[in-house]
Design a protein around this ligand. Structure first.
Ligand SMILES: [Zn+2]
Ligand SMILES: [Zn+2]
Length: 357
C-alpha cells in the first residue's frame, strides 16, 4: 500500500515538474500551436463548403432564393388569371361591338362602309384570336436533354446543361428557352424561338383592333359621355334602361380600347425596334452592356443583325413577295427559320464579337 502511494506521489511530482518546465519554456509554443489549430479548423470548414464558382453574386442569389421562389410561383398563378382576364376583356369588347355597334352600322352606314367594317373587323378579330392562341399554346423551344453535338456558349447553372447561343434560363418555367425574349404573364408562356412571331403579331393586331374600335366609336363615345353627364340633372332626362346600358357599354369600350391601344402600341413599337436590330429583349440589355464595355477602341457588333429588312424577313419567315400576304397578313402556322440551336452570323460581322450568353 505504501509502495503504491510512493509511486503515485512520484508520478505527480514528475508531471508537475514537466508542466512547470513546459509552461516556462513553451508558452510561446502553446500559442503557436493554438494558432495552427485555429488555421487548420478554418481550412477544414472552408474545404467543406468550397466551390470555385462561388462569388458574392452567388451568395446574394442564395440569400434571395426564397423571395425568387415566391415571385416565380405567384407569377405562375397570376399567369392563369391574366390569360382569363385577356379572354374575358376581349370577349366583352367583341360582344359590345356585335350587340351595340354592328346593328347601328348596318342601319346607318352606306354599303361601301358596311363592307369595310364587316370585312376589316372580322379579319382583325381572326388574326387576334389565331395569334393569341398560337402564342400561348406553342412551346417556345428548349435545348435537347440528350447529349448532342450542338454548339453551346455556356452552362446553365440551374439546369446544369449546355446553353446554345441566344438561350436563357426562365426561372418561372424552370427551364432553358431557345432565343428567349421574355416570360409573358399575359400568355402564361415564355416568348422564345418558336412563338416569338405569334407574340409580336398578336401585339400588332390587338393594337390595330383597339385603334379601330376607339376610332370607329369616338363620336358615339362623345354622345354617350354627354348623355351620362345629363343623368344627374334635375329633372333627369327620360332615358330607358336599355339606353343607359348602351351609353355605359360605349364608354367602357372606348376607354378600354384606347388605354390598351396606347399601352400595347408602345410595347409593339419597342419590339418592332428590337426586331429591326436583330435583338431580343434580353439581348438588348446584354448588348448595351457589351457596347459600354467595349467603348475604348473596339466596336461592338451584333452578329445576329442581318440588316433591317432581312431581320424582318427572317422574323416573319418571308421568302417570296407573296409570303407578305400569306404569312404575315393571313393566319399562318409556318415554323421559324432554323432550329433555334445554331445561328448563322451576319456576313457584315467581320470582327470576332462576343455572343450574347
Ligand atoms: Zn436552364
Ligand atoms: Zn418562362
Amino acid at each position: 500500500m505504501q509502495g503504491r502511494t510512493w509511486l503515485f506521489s512520484c508520478a505527480m511530482r514528475l508531471f508537475l515538474r514537466c508542466f512547470r518546465l513546459g509552461w516556462r519554456r513553451g508558452r510561446s509554443k502553446l500559442l503557436k500551436r493554438a494558432g495552427e489549430l485555429w488555421s487548420y479548423g478554418k481550412l477544414c470548414a472552408k474545404s467543406l463548403f468550397y466551390n470555385s464558382l462561388t462569388n458574392s453574386d452567388v451568395i446574394i442569389d442564395s440569400l434571395f432564393e426564397p423571395i425568387y421562389w415566391l415571385v416565380d410561383h405567384v407569377t405562375r398563378w397570376f399567369g392563369v388569371a391574366f390569360v382569363f382576364l385577356v379572354i374575358v376583356l376581349t370577349s366583352s369588347i367583341v360582344l359590345i361591338v356585335y350587340i351595340c355597334l354592328l346593328p347601328l352600322i348596318l342601319d346607318t352606314y352606306s354599303p361601301a362602309w358596311i363592307i369595310w367594317h364587316v370585312c376589316y373587323g372580322h379579319w382583325n378579330l381572326l388574326m387576334i384570336v389565331f395569334h393569341y392562341y398560337k402564342a400561348a399554346k406553342t412551346s417556345p423551344g428548349c435545348p435537347p436533354q440528350m447529349k448532342t453535338d450542338t454548339p453551346s456558349v455556356s452552362i446553365c447553372k440551374k439546369c446544369i446543361a449546355p446553353k446554345p447561343p441566344r438561350t436563357h434560363h426562365c426561372s418561372i418555367c424552370n427551364r432553358c428557352i431557345l432565343k428567349m425574349d421574355h416570360h409573358c404573364p399575359w400568355l402564361n408562356n415564355c416568348v422564345g424561338h418558336f412563338n416569338h412571331r405569334y407574340f409580336f403579331s398578336f401585339c400588332l393586331f390587338m393594337t390595330m383592333g383597339c385603334l379601330y374600335c376607339s376610332i370607329s366609336s369616338r363620336d358615339m363615345f362623345i354622345d354617350a359621355y354627354n348623355a351620362v353627364e345629363t343623368y344627374y340633372q334635375t329633372p333627369p332626362p327620360p332615358f330607358t334602361f336599355k339606353e343607359r346600358v348602351f351609353h355605359k357599354c360605349i364608354i367602357y369600350l372606348w376607354v378600354l380600347c384606347s388605354s390598351v391601344a396606347l399601352a400595347l402600341g408602345g410595347l409593339t413599337l419597342w419590339h418592332a425596334m428590337l426586331i429591326s436590330r436583330g435583338e431580343t429583349s434580353i439581348e438588348r440589355h446584354i448588348n448595351r452592356k457589351e457596347k459600354h464595355r467595349l467603348q475604348k477602341g473596339k466596336v461592338f457588333q451584333n452578329i445576329f443583325h442581318y440588316g433591317c429588312m432581312n431581320n424582318w424577313k427572317v422574323f416573319f419567315g418571308v421568302e417570296t413577295k407573296s409570303h407578305w400576304l400569306t404569312r404575315v397578313l393571313l393566319p399562318s402556322a409556318h415554323p421559324p427559320y432554323g432550329d433555334g440551336l445554331t445561328w448563322t452570323h451576319s456576313p457584315t460581322a467581320t470582327r470576332r464579337t462576343l455572343l450574347a450568353v
